[in-house]
Design a protein around this ligand. Structure first.
Ligand SMILES: Cc1cc2nc3c(=O)[nH]c(=O)nc-3n(C[C@H](O)[C@H](O)[C@H](O)COP(=O)(O)O)c2cc1C
Ligand code: SF4
Length: 565
C-alpha cells in the first residue's frame, strides 16, 4: 500500500471537511487498493469521516482535568445558545468531544475546526456562540480566543541552556559517530517517551545495521491525557528538536527524518514548517548539510489523524506507512526493521532535545543531577488542582511532596503520575521520588484535591482506554469494555464485593496477555484505586442483601469443593 494514502485522506478531510463515498472509491482506484481498505482506515482514525463535518466542528477535550474545570457545563451553555441554529441546519454546527487535546494546562479547552480554544469560560463561550451565530469565519475571530500561552514554571539543566544551531553537529564532525555514541552512553540518557529505554543503545543498534536507507522519527503523538510538555517544546524550542534529530541522523547514517505530529497539534504546523525552513536556509538541514558536514538529511512533518495508539512506536510506523495504527509483533524492533522495514530510530521529542544538549555541553553537569539509575532532569506536565499548572523541569530524585508544594497544590487527595497508564498515588506515597527506581519515566502529574471523586477520575481513565483500544487483541478489546462497565457500576454503587475480585482478575489478565502497552497498562489506576484507597471503594459497594448473599455462598461451598476436587 502506498505510504501516503493516510496523508492523502488527511488532506482531503482538512480541505473538504470529510471524505465522501464517491471520493473513497476514486482514492481506492488511484492507490489500487480495495474500497474496504480505505474505509477501514477512515473508520480507524477519530478525525477522519465519510460524512462532511459541520461548518463549525467543536471537539471538547474530555480529559478528567477538563471535566473538573466544568467543560460539561460549557458544552451545555454553547448547545443552548446555538440550539436554534443546530435545529434549523445541523450542517452548520456540531458539538463533539474527544480524548485529551494536550491542553490540560489550559483546561477546559476545545478545538474548533482544528484550532485551539484554550481556557474556556462562560464569557468566552458567549463570545464564541455570537461569532458562530453571525457565521464569522475563524480567521476573523479575535486572536485572544486561540491564544495558547507558554507556561514554563520551573527551569533547570535543560531549559536554562542556550543551544545554538549546529553546536552538537560540529561536535559530531570533530569527534565522529563512535565517540558520540560513547558520550551518549556515558550520560546514561534514557528515553523520555515513557518506557525509559537507553538512548545510546537504540542509536547504536541502528548504526550497526547495514542498510542503504535508515530513518529517524520523532514521536510527537503525545496522546497520554494530562501530558503537554512536548507541545511546549515544539512551540518554544523546535530548533533544538531539529538539532537532536539531525545529530541522530549523522550518528546512525540516516538521510530522512519524520516528525509524527498528533492531529490535535495541527495548529502548530505553520510555525514548525517555518522553523524547518530557517534551518534549511541557514545550512543546517537539507542539501546544504552535504556541503557543510558531508551528509544529507531532511525532515518531513506528517500529521496523525486522531488515535492514541499511534503513540506506540510500532503503531506509529504503521500509521506513517499509510495504514491503520495497529501495533506490530516485536521483535524485530524498529532499529532493525522499522519504517518500510528499514532500520529506524524512534525517539520522543524531549529525548532528541536532551541528546543534542548532552553532546553540545558534555555530560558532566547532566550526570551530577539525578539518582543512580535516573540521570539528569526531566520535564513534567502539571495540571489539575494547583495554583500554577504548566511545565516544570526537575532533576530526578525530587519528591512528589516538594513538587506539589512548588506548584501550589493544597489538600491533595491523590496524584496521577505518568497519565492514565501510570500510577494513582495517595498521600502515603508522596515521599516517593521522580525516577526509574520508584515512579518510572512519568512525564506528567494530574492533581486531585479532597473535593474530587476518585471513582470519577478512574472511571474517566477507563472510558478513555475503552475508546482508544485499537481492538486488535481480545484481552484488551474485551477487557477495556468490561472494566468500563464494572467501573460505571461501581460509580453507581451497583457493584458487589465479590465482583471486585472479578474486576481485579480482568485487569491482571489484560496486564499479562495484551499485545501492547495500552492493554497492559489500562487497568493500572483501577488496581491502585482498589488497593490504595480501600475506604473509597468500600463506600461505593452495593451491600444491600449482603447477608443473604453470604448465606448463599456458604451453602454453595460443598459444591465448589466438589468441583475443585
Ligand atoms: C499506548 C502507547 C502510547 C504511547 N504514546 C507515546 C507518545 O505519545 N509519545 C512518545 O514519545 N512515546 C509514546 N509511547 C512510547 C513509544 O512506544 C516509544 O517507547 C517511544 O516513542 C520511544 O521513545 P524514547 O525512547 O525517546 O522514549 C507510547 C506507548 C504506548 C504503549
Ligand atoms: S493491547 Fe489494545 S491497543 Fe494494544 S494491540 Fe491489543 S487491542 Fe490494540
Amino acid at each position: 500500500m502506498s505510504t501516503n494514502l493516510l496523508q492523502k485522506l488527511v488532506s482531503i478531510q482538512n480541505e473538504f471537511g470529510g471524505i465522501e463515498p464517491s471520493v473513497i472509491v476514486s482514492i481506492a482506484n488511484e492507490y489500487s487498493v480495495p474500497v474496504s481498505e480505505v474505509r477501514a482506515i477512515i473508520d480507524f482514525y477519530h478525525f477522519l469521516s465519510d460524512k462532511k463535518n459541520a461548518d463549525y466542528h467543536f471537539y471538547f477535550s474530555n480529559n478528567i482535568i477538563d471535566k473538573m474545570a466544568h467543560s460539561d457545563l460549557l458544552v451545555l451553555q454553547l448547545g443552548e445558545r446555538l440550539n436554534s441554529i443546530i435545529q434549523q441546519d445541523p450542517s452548520r454546527v456540531c458539538l463533539d468531544e474527544t480524548s485529551c487535546i494536550g491542553l490540560a494546562d489550559h483546561a477546559p479547552a476545545a478545538l474548533v475546526n482544528g484550532r485551539p480554544l484554550p481556557a474556556l469560560n462562560p464569557q468566552s463561550i458567549e463570545e464564541v456562540a455570537e461569532l458562530v451565530a453571525l457565521g464569522r469565519p475563524l480567521d476573523h475571530w479575535p486572536a485572544h480566543l486561540f491564544q495558547v500561552r507558554t507556561r514554563i514554571c520551573r527551569r533547570s539543566w535543560l531549559l536554562n541552556m542556550s543551544l545554538p544551531p549546529g553546536e552538537s553537529l560540529l561536535s559530531w564532525q570533530t569527534k565522529g559517530s563512535a565517540t558520540i555514541l560513547q558520550e551518549l552512553q556515558a550520560s546514561q540518557l534514557r528515553g523520555r517517551g515513557g518506557a525509559g529505554f537507553a538512548t545510546a543503545l537504540k542509536w547504536r543498534s541502528c548504526e550497526e545495521q547495514h542498510s542503504g536507507e535508515k530513518y529517524v522519527i520523532c514521536n510527537a503523538d503525545e496522546g497520554e491525557p494530562g501530558t503537554f510538555k512536548d507541545r511546549v517544546m515544539l512551540s518554544e524550542h523546535s530548533d533544538w528538536l531539529w538539532e537532536g534529530m539531525t545529530l541522530c541522523a549523522a550518528t546512525v547514517g540516516a538521510s530522512k527524518g519524520f516528525l509524527y505530529l498528533r492531529a490535535e497539534y495541527a495548529y502548530l504546523l505553520p510555525q514548525l514548517e517555518t522553523s524547518l525552513q530557517v534551518r534549511r536556509d541557514t545550512g543546517w538541514l537539507g542539501a546544504a548539510l552535504k556541503e557543510r558536514l558531508g551528509f544529507e538529511f531532511d525532515i518531513q512533518i506528517v500529521l496523525g489523524a486522531g488515535a492514541y495508539i499511534c503513540g506506540e512506536e510500532s503503531a506509529l510506523l504503521e500509521s506513517l506507512e499509510g495504514k491503520r495504527g495497529i501495533p506490530r509483533i516485536r521483535p524485530p524492533f524498529p532499529t532493525i526493521s522499522g519504517y518500510l522495514r528499514q532500520p529506524t530510530v524512534v525517539n520522543n521529542v524531549e529525548t532528541f532535545i536532551h541528546a543534542a544538549a548532552i553532546i553540545s555541553k558534555g555530560s558532566d553537569s547532566f550526570l551530577q543531577l539525578g539518582t543512580t539509575q535516573s540521570k539528569g532532569t526531566q520535564l513534567l506536565s502539571i495540571s489539575g488542582d494547583c495554583q500554577r499548572p504548566g511545565v516544570y523541569e526537575y532533576a530526578f530524585g525530587e519528591t512528589v511532596e516538594q513538587i506539589l508544594s512548588d506548584c501550589g497544590a493544597d489538600e491533595v487527595q491523590a496524584v496521577q503520575i505518568g497519565g492514565p497508564s501510570g500510577r494513582l498515588l495517595g498521600p502515603q506515597s508522596f515521599h516517593l521520588t521522580l525516577g526509574y527506581e520508584a515512579l518510572g519515566g512519568s512525564g506528567s502529574l494530574m492533581i486531585f484535591n479532597h473535593r474530587r471523586s476518585l471513582i470519577e477520575v478512574v472511571n474517566n481513565f477507563t472510558n478513555f482506554f475503552a475508546f482508544e483500544s485499537c481492538g486488535f487483541c481480545t484481552p484488551c478489546r474485551v477487557g477495556t469494555a468490561l472494566n468500563q462497565r464494572m467501573l460505571t457500576r461501581l460509580h453507581l454503587k451497583q457493584l458487589r464485593q465479590h465482583e471486585i475480585q472479578l474486576l481485579e482478575e480482568s485487569v491482571r489478565l489484560m496486564q499479562n496477555s495484551s499485545h501492547c502497552g495500552l492493554g497492559q497498562s489500562a487497568g493500572n489506576s483501577i488496581l491502585n484505586l482498589l488497593h490504595d484507597f480501600p475506604e473509597t471503594v468500600e463506600q461505593l459497594l452495593n451491600t444491600i442483601g449482603d447477608d443473604n448473599e453470604a448465606r448463599l455462598v456458604q451453602a454453595l461451598q460443598p459444591a465448589v469443593q466438589l468441583r475443585k476436587s
